[in-house]
Design a protein around this ligand. Structure first.
Ligand code: PEP
Length: 250
């Protein structure tokens, strides 16, 4: 009942020319996607150039961030209506790089989720623990607390548009991946938290992605886990061959 979502987070990579070239290569190898969904999240500057290439294709478009106001004197920021206008359907919110380097708090992440939903964008809400937190046996309480804080005042109806991405910070960009069993255990804990907040039916419908050094050689095993409903992919989404292999997981 949950359609897996594979999302490519291009981070601060790809000029407009590089982005359109990558999208063309992806479309050339994609084929039709019947039992899964795939999107790319290019940098803001490439969204308008990439969007027309994706229309009428199976590949969707997302952004990497937003500011939680519709418009205003917020120099350098990008609003939800601007993302909708350019063709985005998804937006990544609360990525650990934003929490770490730009000081984003749980409360600010919650504002962003509410703003995204208010404007018809589906937020991909990132949560995850650091290495010291995992080593201290605190991973599960920390991550489930992040989930609760992120979803404050989000209704059951709105949850159909929310995607959670479990991304252990120590696995992002490092080549270290959580074992499929450890990832599955955390996904199950997140789903149990969703069940406490929204009931079993909503919890069973929400997609929970895994992120953190997902590669062609580990995607199949990760996707075989019952509570892993897709992947948020950084480095391996920057080349067509590797991202296509991940999209076409078996
Ligand atoms: C990410 O950017 O969310 C990510 C998981 O990166 P990587 O796949 O490179 O670890």
């Amino acid at each position: 009942m949950r359609i897996p979502l594979i999302a490519g987070n291009w981070k601060m990579y790809k000029t407009v020319g590089e982005a359109t070239a990558l999208v063309r290569d992806l479309l050339a190898g994609l084929g039709s996607l019947s039992d899964r969904e795939a999107i790319v999240c290019p940098p803001f500057t490439a969204l308008a150039a990439v969007a027309p290439l994706l229309s009428d294709s199976p590949l969707g478009l997302g952004a990497q961030n937003l500011y939680p106001e519709a418009q205003g004197a917020f120099t350098g920021e990008v609003s939800p209506p601007m993302l909708v206008d350019v063709g985005c359907r998804y937006v990544i919110v609360g990525h650990s790089e934003r929490r770490q380097y730009f000081g984003e708090s749980d409360a600010f992440v919650n504002r962003k989720i509410r703003a995204a939903l208010a404007h018809g964008l589906r937020p991909i809400v990132c949560v995850g623990e650091s290495k010291p937190q995992r080593d201290a046996g605190q991973a599960e309480p920390i991550v489930t607390a992040q989930v609760r804080a992120a979803l404050l005042d989000i209704t059951s109806d709105q949850m159909t548009d929310v995607v959670i991405a479990y991304e252990p910070i120590w696995a992002i960009g490092t080549g270290d991946t959580a074992t499929p069993a450890d990832a599955q255990a955390m996904h199950a804990a997140i789903r149990a938290t969703l069940a406490e907040l929204y009931g079993a039916d909503v919890a069973a419908a929400v997609r929970i992605q895994y992120g953190g050094s997902v590669k062609p050689d580990n995607i199949d095993e990760l996707m075989a886990q019952p509570d892993i409903d897709g992947a948020l992919v950084g480095g391996a989404s920057l080349q067509a061959a590797s991202f296509l292999r991940i999209i076409h997981y078996q």
